[in-house]
Design a protein around this ligand. Structure first.
Ligand code: FES
Length: 120
């Protein structure tokens, strides 16, 4: 069973996400997963775009209660790091979304990948 992420909000005026698709709406749809919940993106989207179409943010700040949604959108600011369910970290703004991707908006228990497996 999954719980709704605190990073998911309703925004009746704009829909649920921070991003609004204004063009290229005819690309094929693909399904991926955010914290275990199915979501839809379009082939060719970045992971950041795919997430922000249905969410207001991609993660919480490390040092405060603020939410983060990426900043530079070009791989420079490090504001969009998220994780795969397998524990690998990825930069959402420079990673293409793939069908079936399973993403976590908070570090999974096994992050950094393999660290706990190596503990005595
Ligand atoms: S938004 Fe700046 S590195 Fe991804």
């Amino acid at each position: 069973m999954t719980q709704a992420s605190p990073l998911q909000h309703d925004c009746p005026a704009l829909g649920q996400g921070r991003a609004i698709r204004l063009a290229e709406g005819a690309r094929p749809e693909i399904t991926f997963y955010i914290d275990g919940t199915a979501a839809v993106a379009q082939a060719g989207d970045t992971v950041l775009t795919a997430i922000l179409m249905s969410r207001r943010a991609v993660r919480h700040a490390e040092f405060g209660p603020e939410e983060r949604a990426g900043f530079c959108l070009m791989g420079a600011c490090q504001d969009c790091w998220i994780w795969t369910e397998e524990g690998h970290r990825l930069r959402a703004c420079s990673t293409p979304i793939r069908a079936g991707m399973r993403l976590c908006l908070a570090p999974p228990d096994l992050w950094p990948a393999g660290m706990k497996a190596n503990l005595p």
